[in-house]
Design a protein around this ligand. Structure first.
Ligand SMILES: [Zn+2]
Length: 140
C-alpha cells in the first residue's frame, strides 16, 4: 500500500487479497441516516459514504465500513449492530471503530515518513530492512 494511505486503496488491496472486490462511492445518503453503509452485491461489496461530508470524515466512514469487512461481520450482523448502536452501543460497532482507528492512527504516523511503502517490496533486502527498523515496528 502506497503512502500517504488512501483508505480506498487499502480496501481495493484487501478485496484482492480475499478474492472479492470492494468498491467505494460517494453518495448523497439522506439525513438523518447512516454516514456510510456497505451494499452487498453477488460478486463484490460497495461502500457508500456520505457525499456531503468533509474529506476527513469521509475517510473515517470508509475506514469504519472497511473495518466491518476486515472483521468478517456479516451484513445481518452489521444491520443489527447499527440498530443496537443507536440504542446503546454494540460489540460489532466497537470492533469496526477499533479497526478504523488503528488503520487511521498508523496512517497518520506513516504519512509523515516519506519514502516508506507498506506491504511487499520487490527487493528482499529492503523487506528485511523495513521489517527490523522503527518504521515497521507497529505493524509487527
Ligand atoms: Zn458500523
Amino acid at each position: 500500500v502506497a503512502l500517504p494511505l488512501e483508505v480506498e486503496d487499502l480496501g481495493r488491496r484487501f478485496g484482492e487479497y480475499r478474492g472479492r472486490a470492494i468498491h467505494f462511492a460517494p453518495f448523497a445518503i439522506p439525513v438523518p441516516g447512516p454516514y456510510a453503509l456497505t451494499w452487498v452485491e453477488p460478486d463484490c461489496e460497495v461502500i457508500l459514504y456520505q457525499l456531503h461530508a468533509p474529506a476527513p470524515a469521509q475517510r473515517h466512514y470508509k475506514a469504519h465500513e472497511l473495518g466491518h469487512l476486515i472483521a468478517g461481520h456479516t451484513p445481518e450482523e452489521v444491520t443489527a449492530g447499527h440498530s443496537e448502536y443507536r440504542a446503546r452501543g454494540s460489540a460489532i460497532e466497537r470492533e469496526a471503530e477499533a479497526i478504523a482507528s488503528i488503520i487511521l492512527e498508523w496512517a497518520l504516523v506513516f504519512d509523515d515518513l516519506p519514502g516508506i511503502t507498506l506491504g511487499l517490496t520487490v527487493d528482499p533486502v529492503s523487506r528485511v530492512e523495513s521489517a527490523v527498523t522503527l518504521h515497521r515496528r507497529g505493524w509487527l
